[in-house]
Design a protein around this ligand. Structure first.
Ligand code: ZN
Ligand code: ZN
Length: 457
């Protein structure tokens, strides 16, 4: 069988292509021929142009965008409401005024009649009979006086009511406007694109969960789903609920110094002083990488990945940093100590990558630690002295938090330091832990002297 038959056909879905597969396309994740790989690159470029146009448009919008219209619009609505309410009030006022006027006319007529009738009664029905009783009669019967008293009381009651203004009453208290005016404000700051916040003080709270480990070691790392921790002499795999598996390196002498997750390999990379292993959490397969062969003088101490690049940090030997390509493990580039370190730097203990930078914890001749930031080509960006305290032991782990924020964990000084390059500030808490890392976006895990502690951020 000719060799060409062993290579599959292009998987392009747009046309039935008979060419052989050449590369996996990062845009559609299909195996494509060279022509279609290039065609798809054109699609990716069109997409990039669209995003670029959209970005330009959004930038342009800000030339004319203001919030003034919001105020004008609300003021107009308030004014409209005022005018409507004034119209309603005026109508009600006029209707009620007319009713009041009519009632008053009725009352005037009633009053004139009442006055006339009452004066007649007082004069003819009460004053004259009383005068006769007092001047012409010898005896007065009390029942006649009782009748007079009833008549007087009736007139007096009506007069009191007139004096108390009770004949027409108006109650404006129940004439409410139609409900309250509600003015609500939404916060524009909720729409500002924000970096996730990390507050180091949260690591001083009680952990939400704890997994026990038997030994006091440093190496531990997490993928989105799994945590792998070194518990001498085993590697222990956890998910967010429980311990899943324990595996031993076939070389019993070797201690694990560092661990990291590789998205390219979909596996954990495990580093001992002289070799590198991959561990697939789904198959539980543990395999030594034959391509990593060290000379007798070489020892390795820390690893990190960024996309398809693997950075290996050497404790001793000819080079101090080496970059290899994943998944082939091909050597891409090596840097000597002089390329990276200052003359007072002794060694690099921990190397970590975020989306933009490579960070390293560097031990100096005076036994203090500093933090170095490099780009992915190892050009120096900045160096920050973490602490002035002398540390006789050799561990200072590093964790990227976001593009300009890092955490160092120093188990011998029992300190966690939060380094914020944005404002050049370092915030420290005292805590006896060995290592720390994110597990998903919300959980932060600390490797303590006897286990893993989970903190919700
Ligand atoms: Zn594609
Ligand atoms: Zn094709």
């Amino acid at each position: 069988m000719a060799l060409s038959y062993l290579i599959g056909k292009c998987q392009c879905i747009d046309e039935n292509c008979l060419e052989q597969q050449y590369a996996i396309c990062p845009h559609c994740h299909l195996w494509l021929c060279l022509k279609h790989t290039c065609n798809h690159q054109k699609l990716v470029k069109i997409y990039a142009h669209e995003l670029s146009d959209q970005t330009d448009q959004l930038v342009k919008v800000f030339d004319t965008l203001t919030v003034d219209q919001i105020y004008t619009d609300c003021q107009q609505k308030l004014d409209l409401w005022k005018n409507q309410m004034i119209t309603i009030i005026n109508t009600k006022y006029q209707e009620s005024s007319k009713q009041l006027f009519d009632f008053n006319m009725q009352l005037l007529l009633e009053f004139n009649k009442f006055k006339q009738d009452s004066l007649n009664e007082l004069q003819n029905e009460i004053a004259i009979p009383l005068c006769d009783m007092l001047t012409k009669q010898n005896q007065i019967h009390p029942s006649i006086l009782d009748d007079i008293n009833i008549k007087l009381t009736k007139i007096q009651t009506a007069i009191d009511k007139i004096k108390q203004l009770l004949f027409i009453q108006i109650d404006c208290g129940n004439a409410q406007l139609n409900g309250d005016i509600q003015i609500l404000k939404d916060s524009l700051s909720d729409y500002v694109v924000r970096m996730p916040t990390f507050d180091i003080e949260q690591l001083n709270q009680q952990p939400t969960k704890k997994f026990a480990l038997k030994s006091n070691y440093i190496a531990a790392a997490a993928s989105d789903q799994f945590i792998l921790a070194y518990d001498h002499p085993s590697l222990v795999l956890f998910d967010c609920e429980k311990e899943l598996n324990r595996v031993k390196l076939n070389n019993n002498e070797a201690e694990v110094y560092d661990l990291c997750w590789s998205n390219t390999m979909c596996a954990f990379l495990i580093l001992t002083l002289r070799s590198l292993y991959v561990y697939d959490p789904l198959s539980s397969g543990l395999k030594q990488i034959e391509q990593i062969k060290l000379t007798d003088a070489e020892n390795i101490w820390s690893i990190t990945t960024y996309q398809n690049d693997l950075f290996i940090c050497y404790l001793s030997g000819e080079c101090i940093i080496e970059c290899r390509s994943l998944p082939s493990w091909q050597k891409l580039r090596r840097w000597k100590k002089n390329d990276i370190c200052d003359k007072d730097d002794v060694y690099i203990h921990c190397i970590r990558a975020n989306e933009v930078f490579i960070g390293m914890t560097i031990k100096q001749v005076n036994k203090t630690w500093k933090f170095g930031i490099f780009d992915h080509q190892m050009s120096k960006i900045r160096q920050i002295q973490i602490d002035q305290q002398i540390d006789h032991i050799n561990t200072c782990m590093l964790t990227p938090i976001c593009s300009q924020k890092w955490l160092t964990v120093n188990s011998s000084l029992r300190k966690i330091s939060f380094i914020d390059e944005d404002n050049n500030q370092i915030k420290q808490i005292n805590k006896n832990v060995n290592n720390g890392f994110y597990f998903g976006d919300q959980l932060f895990v600390l490797r303590t002297t006897d286990g893993l502690e989970f903190y919700e951020l």
